[in-house]
Design a protein around this ligand. Structure first.
Ligand code: NI
Length: 247
């Protein structure tokens, strides 16, 4: 029925997420895909991460990145975009209209990114258009036991959330939120990050739709799709999305 149909069920604790604004999505990449991406990135040339930053971020940021549009970024980016396409939870959480090609960063010893908000408008490479960044995503490519520090700290109305996920897992959060990456004190942290323009610009509305969609998926495990409550709630989901979606 919907794009959410048939997606993997999440355990309740993950489904209730960390809080209302963050979604953690397990196993976006398989372990084979993580290994393949790492191998490609290992052979690539990393450059100073400030090439993608605005002025405020440039002073706050110390990391390395793979140049946008380089063969390594393209190959691994394709793998990630394909994985996003098959991920019902990402599609429900972000309601993507456009996804920028994934980028890659790396924090070695002593590197960090102080608190900042991501830029609102980004150029879509090769397309001659710009897009609004509504949703930020970080896909972890290093197992957490391989480094100390490197936590992603995301602030929302309820306080700070500390995120450090297994390789292949991803966190999705509003681009409007203040966030930082703490200094690495051992090892290195590699990840992919990218921005999405959502069909639903407002963070609060998007969150309501996501929670409603997750609740419907849960209730459909217990009741048939013909059940009147299921039909009613599903209708509401679509009618709210119809009111709020912009394309
Ligand atoms: Ni950022």
């Amino acid at each position: 029925m919907r794009k959410g149909a048939g997606c993997r069920a999440l355990p309740l604790v993950q489904q209730r997420i960390l809080d209302d604004m963050l979604a953690t999505i397990p196993d976006v990449l398989t372990q084979e895909e993580v290994a393949h991406c790492r191998k490609v990135l290992e052979e690539a040339t990393w450059v100073d991460g400030n090439v993608t930053s605005g002025e405020q971020a440039a002073t706050a940021k110390r990391n390395l990145q793979i140049p946008e549009g380089s063969p390594a970024a393209r190959e691994t980016g394709e793998i990630i975009l394909r994985a996003l396409g098959r991920n019902g939870v990402f599609n429900s959480a972000a309601l993507p209209l456009r996804v920028l090609p994934p980028m890659f960063n790396r924090y070695d010893m002593g590197m960090k990114f102080d608190a900042h908000v991501d830029g609102a408008i980004r150029a879509v490479p090769g397309a001659g258009i710009r897009m609004r960044a509504d949703v930020s995503s970080t896909l972890f490519l290093t197992p957490p036991e391989d480094y100390d520090g490197g936590e992603l700290i995301i602030a929302d109305t309820y306080g700070n959330h500390t995120v450090k996920l297994p390789a292949g897992h991803m966190v999705v959060y509003p681009s409007s939120s203040l966030h930082s990456v703490t200094e690495i004190t051992r090892g290195a942290r590699w990840s992919s990050f990218f921005w999405t323009q959502s069909m639903v610009r407002d963070d609060g509305r998007r969150t309501l739709l996501f929670e409603l969609d997750m609740a419907i998926m849960e209730i459909r495990k217990q009741l048939s799709d013909e059940n009147r409550a299921v039909v009613g709630l599903t209708s509401h989901y679509h009618n709210l999305l119809r009111r709020w979606a912009e394309m």
